[in-house]
Design a protein around this ligand. Sequence first.
Ligand SMILES: [Zn+2]
Length: 445
Amino acid sequence: MYMIETRQAPAELRTQTEMDGILKALISKNYVPALRSGAAAIFKSCGASINICDPECANIVYRMFGDPSTPARYGRTLEIVGDIFFYKNNMIALQPRGRTLYVLEIREHLVTSHLSDFCQAVADGAASTIDGRRLRGMSFEWIEPPPARRRIIPVGRNRALARPMSDLTTKPAELSDELVGDSNLLVNRERRDFLVRLAQLGKARATDAQADVEAGHVSPLIERGLVRKEFLVLCKRDSHTICTVETREQLAAESSRKILCSICGRPFSEETIQEIYALTGRARKMLDGSHWMTVWVTSILVESGIPLGQILWGATSGEDEIDIIVTVRNQSIFFELKDRMFGLGDAYPFTARVQRYGANAGVIISMEGVADEVGKFLSEQSRSLGRAIYAIAGEREVRTEVPAMLLERAQLSVAEGLKEVFYDMGLNPAPIFEVWSKKKQKTLR
Ligand SMILES: [Zn+2]
């Protein structure tokens, strides 16, 4: 998944020459301006050579690639052309915006950020190339700018029914190694069924409980503390319960005390011993409302690069409930989880909620499958709805398609972010990002 970070500093540039001076300093630190490199190649191809930091180069970029209907053309803002850089594994954009200098970095979530170094290089570049009197009016204290104007269009919103996202009461997501470990065990359908049966029975004889499940599935549940074992001591003569003990050692201890059964006179160790399974409180919590699924999907989201703080659980407002809400930059993604077949009857309320609260995408996750009518229903709805609702079924699919879906949504955010940065200039480096991103995905595979 792509992470997007932005910084701005109140350092107002007044001329293209100031910008080009900073770029010259950046080039000496291996930050190569890609747009100007393109323009310089054009000059070279017609036999005219030009310095990459010559304002003529910026002029070519602006006149050839800029959208003529943008604000700068009407003289509302200064025409100072910034640039984009491909540095190590990251893509960085630098552009003056109004009275500020604006920087945006795009990187994959496991890759190191070079944003701070870049911001420092810009400040150093300005200090070494811009006149001292001008510099006094500038500050290079980089801060995170306010959130961008939201431009990613929510899913076919019905205005009459629309409600603000703030109506929803939410809980922050919580993860621990223990929770994730437990949920990973429960992804297995057989184990889950075993626990559900045990929950219905309360307690069960090991032999009965294990009747419909492979023994191999039970021992990890005991080891992890989801199932508790105890031993029931029954009289061999009349089968009355003598006592229950937690461990075999305890049983041996009871026997060694030479207490004999009051009915048949045998020591406890010679009576009938039954192994009993009982559900622990932890297992009950994981089964309750399929909480294990919420934990499991959340762990996949975190592995895919979503910070835990951007994941909310159990959002409710009146009748409405959304299992998980994820915020990726300026997008909200709603998740609906079902530990059974997801049918048409589930699809209506879910898509209605996605539309009501203006989410940008909805994700259906089912362990058992998504009914054919659901796909048909989604494609019959507006095109925007069909594109923004993802239906994923099955363990393997969830593990691969959830990260793929997040990547797709992040790419949308990146494209919007780049458009936003260069909006005044009418430049749109999003197609360059797409080429770069595709190449990256190919090398990853
Ligand atoms: Zn007895």
